[in-house]
Design a binder for this molecule. Structure first.
Ligand SMILES: [Mg+2]
Length: 281
């Protein structure tokens, strides 16, 4: 029988990072341990490439990462024995793109401006000051958040009725929309679950000497597809909302602690036999 190897996929905000303070201190000792035994921790987040690059440095991660809600997977050069299937060399990584780039949606939004004059604006048409005002981000954070490659956040300024027509029209042009706090996210068809599956298939086909098991951790609704796709689904408790529903999954664990404390708690417990096994890694 082939030995088992684990891969961890994790949401960032509210999961590995505290929702309010962005602290990851409670997860740091375990992150170091996982690195020692060679269990990759793969960020799977709605954040942009520019945002994740900063976070990886802070977390001392050298693993692959998934950006913009499953839009693309970035592999460091030596993570796999060969170039990942269909990937391109970009920004010092092998990048596998799973959806349409932003420019496509910008062209469509541009065309729609004639019918919806003054009724919406969007990140690419806003100044950094505008983005700060409408998101509460600092100028430096807004700068990074604005560097989106795949989707485009739209700020609706018109009536609800007109908005529904606008959204229907976007859908008829192949866009997927997701209403966030203030912004309507417009992008292609991708999610964190498809990206997890793609990554696991690629790892398994390039390294067939192991049986690969995925563990996913998330606290929010946009993590459900990722949790569903993983062999082990870990729901991280939040102080702001109930844990996401993951129906019909054979192995769901819910943390008792919140955010990074729950992250470390559940993984320490689940991986205990592995972390104590001197043969692993
Ligand atoms: Mg989250």
């Amino acid at each position: 029988m082939k030995p088992t190897r684990f891969v961890i996929f994790t949401d960032m905000d509210g999961t590995l990072l505290d929702h309010d303070s962005y602290s990851h201190a409670d997860a740091d000792p375990l992150l170091q341990q996982l690195q020692r035994v060679d269990i990759p921790v793969i960020p799977n987040t709605s954040k942009t490439f520019a945002e994740v690059v900063e976070l990886r440095q802070e977390l001392h991660l050298t693993t692959p990462f998934i950006v913009e809600n499953g839009a693309a997977i970035h592999f460091p050069k030596d993570f796999l024995p060969h170039k990942p299937t269909g990937s391109l060399w970009q920004d010092n990584h092998w990048v596998k793109q799973l959806t349409t780039r932003k420019q496509y949606w910008l062209t469509i939004l541009e065309q729609m401006k004639a019918s919806y004059a003054g009724q919406f604006t969007h990140f690419s048409a806003m100044t950094i000051d505008d983005i700060c005002d409408s998101t509460g981000l600092s100028p430096a954070q807004a700068e990074l958040a604005a560097k989106r490659s795949f989707g485009e956040p739209v700020l609706w300024l018109g009536s609800e009725q007109q908005k529904q027509r606008f959204v229907d029209q976007l859908h008829s042009k192949g866009a997927k929309t997701l209403q966030g706090g203030r912004f309507l996210h417009v992008g292609g068809d991708c999610d964190k679950g498809t990206a997890l599956r793609w990554t696991m298939n690629e790892i398994a086909s390039q390294r067939p000497e192991f049986t690969w098991q995925s563990i996913a951790l998330g606290d929010g609704h946009n993590d459900v597809a990722m949790l569903q796709a993983a062999d082990v689904a870990v729901r991280i408790r939040s102080r702001h909302h109930a844990p996401p529903d993951v129906p019909d999954h054979p192995l769901v664990i819910t943390s008792s602690e919140i955010g990074p404390t729950g992250w470390a708690e559940t993984l320490n417990e689940f991986l205990k036999p592995v972390l104590e096994d001197t043969q692993y890694g």
